[in-house]
Design a protein around this ligand. Structure first.
Ligand code: GAL
Length: 687
């Protein structure tokens, strides 16, 4: 954090990648279509293609019978036009012969129901046969294409996720637990608080994964199961890449991460902070529901910004947008087409936050099956003349002018902490409001004011070093280990500013509550202690008066007892009227703030405006703009690359306070310009 970053060419390419999932295996009996693909690729200004993702049955139609000729040709065709191949391992979906012959590759669901063959992403991560079969096909791919000049990167499987509850997985889980608890069943019983409802285990073999038809009330079990699922998925992934590391040590490895779509929050089921350590490059698939009817374009753009800053921060280096749609998808409730201009705007937003690519699902629309209406670069009309194709080509032309941006990062003095384990534990907690916990959404609310002002934020995870940042925000840090508490203490003692909120510091890493009141170290940092958390109904009204202004609160209000902190804001109503709602405290060289209630956007704006002023933190680029315009910056040692994006449906004035150069048109700009609806300008200036 803080210091400017060296450029990192994560994929070794020094140009922006533009392309997407290419599934020629669906068109092998149509050489005319495959020939058209090559022409259309050139017309669309694309240069990189993820190939083979779901091609296992084309590569190995029968056990041990391989057909690579078609893929050889695809590699060569892409190479001839100067393109690059991101070669996928095919484990995301398997041929029917494999499930038929080796049924233990099939998943068992949480109700202990064995799944049939079909669909995808549905294999057992523990199955030895599946591990062997995937490693075998991966080895053959690496042997055959490892030295092909078009090979750029490995795309491992596709969107890992899900879980299996078969007997093999139960054994693996028990082994994982034995290792974690040092073969001491009493330690496990203590950590999981199993005397509750007489759930004490007297044999390891009694432990079963959580299930709606069995155990689901032991929170320590639920939490460890989620951790195991992450580790088991990573172990499957590690098994996949053994031959690739051996045969192609210089080819970078990625797998595509996801987001949960309606609220565009980080994917919940796997702890990506752990997974990230096993990847060379982070990449993710972004499918925001642009033009939806429940939020403004700017609100949605803010959420896209948040998740990008999280995925970028996982490795503190540029990431890749590996899938997006050039227009609509096929799986939202309403699959709306991107309006003119939105494709370029939304693509450039990804670049602005650290992506070195714009890639699509998919290159060409399928003719049949469930994805035949999903947006693609090439539609069923096979034309380069339709609106979507032309907008894709325009994005390609813009990306060609942004090579200098590749490898650059963002510089942040502000960090917000996101923790997957905390999210699992908080969602499991039966208490507070069952539907209002909304931990990731709460982080977005804190992020919003920085996004609006063009102040770069790293969204970090708890293992990451936060000692260098000036302002660290840890909303709703319900699950927190003593180790993290002590790091927070050192951070503030050494001069950092820390913001914490309601429902923080409640349980340790086993999901066991801290006893004897709030943790002593937290009390020292904050000079206060939370005494009681009140949960509100949606129609309950209460307010906080903060620095002589009144702000509405909702959902949660913590009753606070002060020791040495200052009350900065007071509750206005209820049995805690006139008691502290927001506090500040000087601790060591630093300062801490506790926000006791879930407050609204106007509060966050004013509250953080004050902190930014105290800390002399300024927007990364001197650009004046109104609401709904986002200004985001990537930097290298010489230049700032400034993305000015209009996420509103109106024209917007924007003022450049110093002279900048438009990277697309080459024009020099000073002073005021007008951005049309959805327009984006990308400018460079000396830093
Ligand atoms: C992704 C998946 C792709 C495609 C896409 C459709 O989740 O990786 O294969 O199905 O969704 O939006």
């Amino acid at each position: 954090m803080m210091s400017k970053h060296e450029k990192t060419y994560t994929t070794q390419a020094n140009f922006m990648l533009h392309g997407g999932d290419y599934n020629p295996d669906q068109w092998l009996d149509r050489p005319d279509i495959l020939a058209d693909d090559v022409k259309l690729m050139q017309l669309s200004h694309t240069n990189a293609f993820s190939v083979g993702i779901f091609a296992w049955s084309a590569l190995e139609p029968e056990e041990g019978v391989y057909h690579f000729e078609w893929l050889d040709e695809i590699f060569d065709n892409i190479h001839k036009i100067g393109g690059r191949v991101i070669l996928a391992t095919p484990s995301g979906a398997r041929p029917a012969w494999l499930s038929q012959k080796y049924p233990d590759v099939l998943r068992v669901n949480e109700n202990r129901l064995k799944q049939l063959h079909g669909g995808r992403h549905n294999h057992c991560f523990t199955s030895e046969v599946y591990r062997e079969k995937t490693q075998n096909i991966n080895r053959l791919l690496a042997e055959r294409y490892g030295n092909h000049p078009a090979l750029l990167m490995w795309h491992i499987s596709n969107e890992y996720g899900g879980e299996c509850h078969c007997e093999k997985c139960q054994h693996a889980f028990r082994d994982w637990l034995k290792e974690k608890f040092d073969h001491n069943l009493k330690s496990l019983n203590d950590a999981w608080w199993t005397p509750f409802w007489s759930h004490t285990y007297s044999e390891w073999s009694q432990i079963e994964s959580p299930s709606p038809i069995g155990e689901n009330a032991v929170h320590g079990l639920n939490l460890d199961w989620r951790r195991f699922i992450t580790d088991q998925t990573i172990s499957f992934f590690e098994n996949e890449i053994v031959p690739l590391k051996e045969l192609t040590p210089n080819i970078p490895i990625t797998t595509n991460f996801m987001a949960d779509t309606h609220d565009l929050i980080p994917f919940q089921a796997l702890d990506y902070s752990k997974f990230a350590k096993h990847l060379d490059v982070i990449s993710w698939d972004a499918y925001p529901a642009w033009h939806n009817d429940w939020e403004t374009t700017a609100d949605l753009a803010m959420k896209v910004g948040f998740i990008n800053d999280l995925y970028r921060s996982l490795k503190q280096q540029p990431f890749l947008l590996l899938e997006s749609t050039p227009s609509g998808v096929n799986w939202h409730n309403v699959n709306k087409a991107k309006r003119p201009g939105m494709h370029e705007l939304s693509s450039m937003q990804m670049i602005a936050h650290g992506s070195d690519s714009v890639m699509y699902f998919q290159w060409r629309k399928s003719r049949g099956s469930s994805e035949k209406f999903h947006g693609a670069v090439v539609d069923h009309d096979n034309s380069s003349e339709n609106r979507v194709f032309k907008e894709v080509a325009k994005v390609g032309e813009t990306l060609e002018k942004l090579s200098k941006v590749v490898g650059t990062n963002r510089t942040s003095d502000v960090a917000i902490l996101y923790d997957w384990e905390n999210n699992w534990a908080i969602n499991d907690a039966q208490g507070f409001g069952m539907e209002t916990k909304r931990y990731p959404q709460t982080l977005q609310e804190h992020y919003r004011t920085f996004w609006e002002q063009g102040i770069s934020v790293d969204v970090i995870t708890k293992e990451q070093d936060f000692s260098g940042c000036k302002l660290l925000i840890v909303p709703m840090l319900y699950l927190v280990s003593e180790d993290t508490i002590s790091r927070l203490k050192t951070f503030v003692a050494n001069g950092g500013t820390l913001v914490m909120t309601y429902i923080s510091g409640i349980v340790n890493e086993h999901d066991l509550t801290y006893l004897g009141g709030w943790h002593q170290d937290l009390q020292e940092i904050f000079g206060m202690k939370p005494i009681e958390t009140d949960t509100l109904y949606p129609n309950d009204k209460n307010y906080v008066n903060y620095h002589n202004k009144t702000y509405q609160l909702k959902d949660y209000a913590t009753v606070i007892e002060l020791t040495s902190a200052n009350a900065e804001g007071l509750y206005q109503d209820d049995f805690y009227a006139n008691t502290p709602a927001v506090t500040s405290h000087q601790y060591g060289e630093g300062k801490s703030y506790y926000i006791g209630a879930r407050l609204n956007d106007p509060f966050h704006r004013d509250f953080y405006k004050g902190l930014l002023k105290d800390l002399s933190l300024e927007p990364a680029a001197p650009v004046k703009h109104g609401k709904g315009v986002s200004v985001q910056v990537r930097q290298d040692h010489q230049k700032d690359y400034v993305f000015v994006m209009n996420f509103t449906e109106e024209t917007q004035p924007v003022t450049f306070e110093s002279t900048v150069k438009d990277m697309v048109t080459g024009e020099e700009i000073t002073g005021e310009i007008t951005l049309e609806k959805y327009e984006v300008r990308i400018v460079e200036k000396n830093s």
